[in-house]
Design a protein around this ligand. Structure first.
Ligand SMILES: Cc1cc2nc3c(=O)[nH]c(=O)nc-3n(C[C@H](O)[C@H](O)[C@H](O)COP(=O)(O)OP(=O)(O)OC[C@H]3O[C@@H](n4cnc5c(N)ncnc54)[C@H](O)[C@@H]3O)c2cc1C
Length: 835
């Protein structure tokens, strides 16, 4: 008898079927897949998905998920016909802005290892003879893209997994989830309860309904999206299948095609053309209003995920399509529908476990494109505890509570639908909803003319117009060269003045939006010791920079741990995923041994933090506090309780910008007063408020890594230059086994600091880096270094690329020479920080 856990997967779409297969090929066979529709045609989004797979994405993980999906579907075949028709992918540009965007996209492809090239209109027409060449400025061609036969793949996966022992139950709706003691125990159906140790909801856009059965909010919005098939296109009739490779199930020869300037995409269906449109208004769908379709009536034209076609919404697209593909004039719209699938607040999938009910997982809002990749990653996580390709960008717990509100999910998901093919700058903020989370300093920041960008609902100043006057007195050596238009977006030269003031005088930085947790109780030290690679069992007053690792030694997060007293720690974390992790682990620890109980509270909103940093910071604080802020009074990486003008403050001697100073924490209601006291006291020292533009530049000069950007779970501490934070003699923490002896072993790649040779070209991140002429790595963070007077980029590169070596960064198709430099560029001996 199998000893593997009993798994119930809800939904036999492309995600559920792939997950059943990925689990069973890893030896888990005690699996039941429950599907409300008939297994032959379940009626979800997969049942009508046209299956275009464009692999290249700004996200490395999403691209890797897509590439695995391609490989897997290619290998999944019946009677010699695979489930992937590798016709290639072509994205055409009809505007100069789009053509520039395609250059950037080609950069992503090179960074993540997908082969592609930019081609001219002639070559576009060679690949796609139906194109109106005069409209096209060029295209991005990726030969390994193509068409998935999604519904057929589901059928083959069901057959394959069934043969391996997986049970599939069609026409069986899940009506409830049973749980006991905070764990799932089974899945309710009209035929009775199916016992389960693990339940994974792969219910696609029905996800929120299943999540509600365990009180979990699944932040996705079902939206309808138009797809039509034309009548026969004369030019497509009677073509010879000269290659003999044509997949009869999805009959296509030409590449899949995107015309993003008009929000359209195309594929062939034999001699008919299929056209998908995102050009219409968003059409949210209320699950209660889905068509009821009996199993016996389910067909290609009748299924719950298929709503009636609203032709008037499509007519402008038909005209646009005929302009791009004039041959369509010889055809008509034969058949259209408004098909439903999931959108989320940030466009990413939703994967992960409920924080309240152990064993309840979701894998939803996943495209066919990423389906096998996401399923494999989740299978690895269930079986091995973590996935090879990191899932953090898909983690369902990445959203803050305010971001899971129905109104927020609805508005942002609709906006994502509208913008799905837009050319978006990486810093471009959403226009609405805004002002969701405001730090207590917000009113003052507005008075100073803050330019805000948004993250996790927080308004974060990037620079202050009040500092514009400083540009007139800014010394020549602090002036930065003008940026090209793309890098100049959401940037102001004022950041140079703010960096100058921070390095030479003093500045206030609002650090409130950074996640803060209070970890307390007799088991607090044990929890933190077990979860982190650093030593936190120090005396109260110590602050420790620590890494949270996965079992394989990959970096799951980085945190600062301040021991406030014997049983209370304040943890600076990276976001809600960390909060969830700590909460879940604390709950398990407490349940395992009640004497080791530990409580985790998110105190971000109830507190605030200002960074007072700069060589004159001590002069400022001395005016408003009687506490001892001297080197001995509060050493580097120490914390103590102080009063600033009467305000109770937790002061920590830390600085992300690499200057003397403190992070000053107080409760929210005291925040504005604290800001006012410091700002007023610092006038004589020329204090300014400074924003994230300056901050990002200063932190890179100091070599401070940003988790999620510079390092992720696919990187190990010694590769990332963070070996110093791994306790030398520490044992028994998560990841310790994997890191054993690693310190002495050579690494095969490193995070490197690059400086740009021309002194002017600022890149933005994710660009490919060429070493010895070959694409060898990619940029993580980048900024202009005002102190060092050069653009800086951090990049992952093979270990053989050493300090002083020349590399090239590809930016908009141009190669920019850069040099690998010693890291950090500023204050390597820590004199400024410890001074
Ligand atoms: C018009 C259109 C075009 C698209 N084109 C593409 C494309 O070209 N490329 C691409 O990558 N993606 C495309 N997509 C998106 C893609 O179709 C979906 O993202 C994908 O199919 C989702 O797969 P899934 O398995 O998560 O969901 P589904 O296929 O919807 O499967 C979920 C299953 O769960 C079952 N279920 C739900 N509730 C219950 C319950 N209570 N009990 C039991 N079973 C339940 C449902 O019946 C369903 O079969 C398109 C979507 C649409 C609408």
């Amino acid at each position: 008898m199998s000893t593997t856990p009993r798994v119930v997967i809800i939904g036999a779409g492309i995600v559920g079927a792939n997950l059943a297969d990925e689990l069973s090929i890893r030896g888990w066979t005690n699996i039941t897949v429950v599907e409300q529709g008939p297994l032959t045609l379940a009626g979800g989004s997969t049942s009508h998905a046209p299956g275009l797979v464009f692999q290249t994405n700004a996200s490395k993980a999403m691209t890797q998920f897509a590439s695995y999906t391609v490989d897997k579907l290619l290998s999944l075949s019946e009677s010699g016909v695979s489930c992937f028709n590798q016709v290639g992918g072509l994205e055409v540009a009809t505007t100069p802005e789009r053509f520039e965007d395609l250059k950037r996209k080609l950069g992503y492809a090179a960074s993540w290892g997908v082969e592609g090239r930019l081609i001219d209109p002639d070559e576009c027409a060679k690949h796609y003879p139906l194109l109106n060449q005069e409209k096209v400025l060029g295209g991005l061609y990726v030969p390994s893209d193509g068409l998935a036969s999604a519904a057929r793949a589901v059928g083959l996966l069901i057959a394959k997994a069934s043969a391996a022992g997986v049970t599939f139950r069609g026409s069986t709706p899940v009506t409830g989830i049973e749980q006991a003691g905070g764990k799932v125990t089974g899945v309710e159906t009209p035929d009775g309860v199916i016992p389960a140790d693990i339940v994974v909801s792969c219910a696609g856009f029905w996800g929120p309904r299943i999540g509600a059965m365990v009180g979990m909010s699944v932040p996705l919005l079902p939206l309808a999206h138009q797809y039509v098939k034309t009548t026969s296109v004369p030019e497509l009739v009677d073509r010879n299948d000269a290659s003999g490779l044509l997949d009869p199930s999805n009959g296509a020869w030409m590449p899949i095609l995107r015309h993003q300037d008009k929000d359209l995409y195309y594929r062939e269906h034999g001699d008919r053309m299929g056209i998908g449109s995102y050009a219409h208004k968003p059409m949210p769908v209320d699950l209660r209003e889905l068509p009821e379709v009996a199993a016996a009536d389910m067909s290609e034209h009748r299924m719950p995920s298929r709503l009636p076609f609203t032709e008037e919404d499509f007519l402008p697209c038909w005209e646009d399509s005929k302009e791009l593909l004039p041959a369509l004039a010889g055809a008509r719209i034969a058949d259209g529908f408004n098909g439903i699938f999931s959108f989320t607040p940030d466009g990413g999938p939703l994967v992960g476990e409920s924080k309240d009910v152990d064993g309840f997982f979701v894998a939803e809002a996943v495209w066919v494109t990423h389906s096998a990749g996401v399923a494999r990653a989740l299978a690895e996580r269930l079986i091995e505890g973590q996935s090879r390709i990191p899932l953090h960008e898909c983690e369902v717990s990445r959203f803050e509570e305010i971001q899971t509100a129905e109104s927020y999910v609805s508005e942002t998901s609709q906006q994502n639908f509208v913008e799905i093919y837009d050319v978006l700058h990486p810093l471009q903020p959403r226009v609405s909803p805004r002002e969701l989370r405001l730090s207590p300093f917000n009113a003052r920041q507005k008075e100073l003319g803050a330019f805000f960008l948004e993250a996790h609902g927080w308004e974060r100043p990037h620079w202050f117009e009040a500092n514009r006057g400083l540009l007139e007195v800014l010394p020549e050596e602090w002036r930065a060269p003008e940026r090209e238009p793309w890098a100049a977006m959401f940037h102001s030269p004022i950041s140079a003045a703010e960096a100058w003031k921070t390095r030479t005088a003093v500045a206030l930085y609002d650090m409130t939006p950074l996640k803060r947790l209070e970890v307390s109780g007799p088991g607090a030290v044990n929890l933190l010791q077990r979860l982190s690679a650093g030593k936190v069992d120090k005396k109260p007053g110590a602050v420790t920079y620590c890494l949270l690792l996965n079992d394989d030694g990959g970096i799951r997060s980085d945190i600062t741990v301040a021991r406030l007293d014997e049983t209370t720690f304040q943890v600076g974390a990276n976001g809600n995923i960390d909060f969830d992790y700590f909460t879940t682990e604390a709950r398990k620890q407490t349940a395992g041994d009640v004497t080791q109980w530990v409580q985790v509270r998110d105190i971000t909103g109830s507190t605030c933090c200002v960074g007072l940093w700069g060589p004159l910071a001590r002069e400022v604080i001395a005016k408003v506090s009687d506490d001892d802020f001297s080197n001995d009074g509060l050493k580097y990486f120490r914390t103590k309780q102080v009063r600033i003008g009467g305000v109770p403050v937790t002061a920590m001697r830390l600085s992300y910008v690499g200057e003397l100073g403190w992070e000053l924490y107080t409760t929210a209601e005291n925040g504005q007063r604290l800001w006012d006291l410091l700002f007023e006291a610092g006038q004589e020292q020329g204090i300014i408020a400074a924003g994230r533009g300056a901050f990002n530049s200063l932190r890179l000069e100091k070599g401070y890594r940003l988790w999620g950007t510079d390092m992720t779970p696919e990187h190990e501490p010694f590769q990332a230059g963070l070996g110093f934070s791994v306790g030398k003699d520490k044992e028994g923490y998560i990841g310790a086994e994997a890191l054993k002896d690693r310190r002495e072993l050579p690494v095969h790649r490193r995070l490197r600091c690059l400086t740009v040779d021309d002194g002017t070209s600022v890149v933005l991140g994710k660009e490919p880096v060429y070493f010895r002429g070959e694409p060898s790595g990619y940029v993580t963070s980048a900024a202009y270094g005002y102190t060092v007077r050069k653009p800086i980029a951090y990049a992952w590169l093979p270990a053989e690329a050493g300090e002083g070596d020349a590399v090239e960064i590809e930016y908009f198709g141009k190669r920019i020479p850069a040099t690998i430099s010693a890291d950090p560029l500023v204050d390597p001996t820590m004199e400024k920080l410890r001074g």
